[in-house]
Write a protein that binds this ligand. Sequence first.
Ligand code: PRX
Length: 657
Amino acid sequence: MSESVSVHPVPPRLQNGSEVPYIGPNIEAYKKAHAESIGPNADKWWGKMARETLHWDIPFHTVKSGGFEHGDVSWFPDGYVNASYNCVDRWAHRTPDKTAIIYEGDEPGQHLEISYSQLLREVSRVANVLKSWGVQPGDTVSIYLPMTWQSVAAFLACARIGAVHAVVFAGFSSESLRDRVNDCKSRVVITSDEGRRGGKTVNIKKIVDAALQDCPGVEHVLVLQRTGGEVSWTAGRDKWWHEETAKVSNFCPHALLPAEHPLFILYTSGSTGKPKGIVHTTGGYLLNAALTLKYVFDVHENDRFGCMADMGWITGHTYIVYGPLANGIATTVFESTPVYPTPARFWDVIDTHKLTHFYTAPTAVRLLRRHGEHWVEKADLSTLRVIGSVGEPINPEAWHWLNDHVGRKQAAIVDTFFQTETGTIVVAPFPGAIECKPGAATVPFLGMEAALLDPVTGKELEGNDVEGVLAFKGSWPSIARTVWQDHNRWLDAYLKPYPGYYFTGDGAHRDQDGYIWIKGRVDDVINVSGHRLSTSEIESALILHDGVAEAAVIGANDEITGQSVHAFVTLKPDFEHNGEAGLVKELAVQVRATIGPFATPKKIYLVPDLPKTRSGKIMRRIMRKVVAGEADQLGDLSTLADPSIVEVIKDKVAAAH
Ligand code: PRX
């Protein structure tokens, strides 16, 4: 494969632009910086970075304690640091009028810039409201908000007083929200009346109200007025954001918090049913959020960063909120979609706000590419220095499209690999130092040691041109510490599979030049438009339907969304229905209602049985091959209990395409 790969030198804007890259001009500079940051030098290097990057209320003396072996990783354990102070106060004191947030509303022309001093006041007011409701350090606060600039204030208000935010992406259904609020036992929920996205109104409060019917522990709901639409109201529980914040002081002192104090919980899907509440801590997470933004995107003081993800995912947490603000630069909160009102929207946003950085997912690039170049041609994109991609492997076509039409061969493209669990980018190119290969996530970040392991023996694969599972040796500050109230689940999923390593769940290839290529998940996790879904979670949702006996879900390649969900369903023998089409619709609705619209299967096939081994194990491999059009490569079917089912599945799939 590598023979046909194109190699792209450091682009002009990173070679002779107005800013000199922190790491450059070539890979030797990266290699030197990386070598100085790992092995015996690691603690010294991390200690120096932590002192230079963050303000410590009480300085740390110990850089790191514990490790993967006992699952007791901690960073800067005797230091005290506040994320809200670091992201807001530092800059509000030095440069009060500097833009902190560029808010681009759903309708074009509806935008605002929020300065650091304004942000400090809003964060303080919300923090004071939370305090007045008795929120204490360590309490969780659930956040279910659309993409408004006040959402950033909600995150930072929690961080200011040591409350642990648990943000739920506002595309999740009320049932998913209910389960998460109950799992982390929040007494307080922050939400809005409605949201606006792509010209449509989203009934946010209605979803929250439905969820909270089964959340007896919730005492207070703070409701941001985003649209002014009519909403139902529970007296005593629901309070308007603008009314409550008007009652309290504009300043709230930040809490003194140990570096290991939990900053947030973010739920994500694993290979088993129940979502995991991944826990990140304050000092380590914030340090890496700041450093990865600085080095991978090469940001400088006056840059204007535009991450188009939703704040409800890890990309939004780290690269809309904490990373940019910890560096004191401007960050963008984009409320709309890439195609509203036209497929020129992203490019208009970059042009209007003179963004220097643009960060999105391959699925959006593929979609825009399909709409054609003419949408991007008219925009002035000359301010862009670095363009980032995240969430799934970027195919070379999409990479080249970004490079040719968005960067116009002047800007760098960084394919960044990370996960909810890693907190921040762990593999990416360094734009001022490294020649890029389209589709390669490239090299480990500073202070991090990536390893490819033989999946069976767990032995580390040395040298280049090897393929295995991707793992990391030794910890780094932003690695998650645990699964909320289920430490064993953390150990079992990530630290025990390969002792001494953190296991990512992804396969990877290291090519002859030492570049890392991510190959995708090796477990039952699928990735649809950068949304991470567990096949068993979708199967559980389908089984909730009265008629369903069994369900098997697989991921299939999809030109736009990367992967798509295909579900095979068997019905209970005595179940009666009024036709397949109606039932398939009902099943799709079942998944939307249980998880959220983004998990809806693209295809649902009603089949008399699933392919199973004689011992009853469902053979998803067979369904995967049939859907992929590789039915001629099914391999050995002799272990199947009923091989004739394969023909039925082939016919069903063929009929559906
Ligand atoms: O499979 C990898 C894929 O997304 C997974 C992590 O999903 P999540 O925790 O939701 O975080 C998504 C945003 C960071 C990974 O295990 N993934 C993420 N980035 C890339 C990627 N796959 C290939 N290339 C990437 N750059």
